[in-house]
Design a protein around this ligand. Structure first.
Ligand code: SAM
Length: 280
């Protein structure tokens, strides 16, 4: 197959298949030839890969060269004939025409990969970055890692360690389920059409067991959510305003958990959140 990062190749494919980019589906296709090989290297050690949003198949090509089997989930059915052309040289790729948010990924892993180790990769549609990542993590799927292209700011937020200034409720949850890292940055000019923001590739190395022991995960995540719901306020005010608990009760629990009463949510480590959940 001709190089899918070559703009003249993309234009010919678009003309032949009468294809136009859909903004609402987050269709910004990679045209920087160095990015997909690096992403594929970061995710593949043989085994299987689930790809989210293959587009014209530029990353899928690199994954197929390195993985035993690739199952790529693409919502836009107009891309199916394009993908059968661009992936024709591979017999280890399968395209699934579906919405990734409505796909039973556990069943898909069992059906397509059996006992094979599986990882996840994708240049994600940015309008659903958080639901995709949180959905995958919360389901506790049997996967080793996820390598994803996301907006640069989202990457910084997602990977911020609890206790760091940029940390939010999503980063706390991401750190609970995985060890995240930013692999490299990608400029907006690496895409066609170019988006308004720069991007970054992150890898979430999924933990086999969480870093803190929590009896009631639902209470833990709901406390984190209310703690971060009013970022300008102190943690105690934020929890009091969103849960209706008395401030004195919250101060007492914070004291018992070794947390300063003027602390803000972003100053707490996962251990702090765990202790505060237990005490409250
Ligand atoms: N992988 C290609 C690349 O890097 O050039 C395309 C990436 S583009 C940013 C995102 C892709 O996700 C598009 O092909 C889009 O049609 C697809 N997509 C958008 N929403 C989706 C969803 N809910 N489920 C599956 N695919 C989706």
């Amino acid at each position: 197959m001709d190089k899918l990062t070559d703009i003249s190749v993309i234009k010919k494919l678009m003309a032949r298949h009468n294809f136009t980019f859909s903004k609402s589906l987050g269709q910004n296709f990679l045209v920087n030839p160095t990015v997909c090989p690096r992403m594929a290297e970061a995710v593949c050690e043989g085994g299987g890969v689930i790809e989210i949003g293959p587009g014209f198949g530029v990353l899928t090509n690199e994954l197929c060269k390195r993985a035993e089997r690739v199952a790529a989930i693409e919502l836009d059915r107009r891309l199916l004939p394009v993908l059968s052309e661009t992936l024709s040289e591979f017999d280890n790729a399968e395209i699934i025409n579906a919405d990734v948010l409505k796909t039973d990924l556990r069943a898909l892993i069992e059906e397509k990969f059996g006992q094979m180790p599986v990882n996840i990769a994708g240049n994600l549609p940015y309008y659903i970055t958080s639901p995709i990542i949180m959905g995958i993590l919360e389901q506790r799927l049997p996967v080793g890692c996820m390598v994803a292209m996301v907006q640069k700011e989202a990457a910084e937020r997602i990977c911020a360690r609890p206790g760091a200034r940029e940390c939010g409720a999503v980063s706390a949850a991401v750190w609970y389920y995985s060890e995240p890292e930013i692999l490299f940055r990608v400029s907006r000019g690496s895409f066609m059409p170019p988006p308004k923001v720069d991007s970054a590739v992150i890898r979430l190395n999924i933990r086999k067991s969480p870093p803190v022991v929590i009896k009631n995960e639902k209470a833990f995540f709901s406390l984190i959510k209310s703690g971060f719901s009013q970022r300008r306020k102190t943690l105690a005010n934020s929890i009091a305003n969103t849960t209706g608990r008395k401030k004195e009760e919250i101060y007492a629990a914070m004291g018992k958990s070794g947390i300063d009463k003027n602390a803000r949510a972003e100053q707490l480590s996962l251990e702090d959140w765990a202790r505060l959940t237990e005490t409250l």
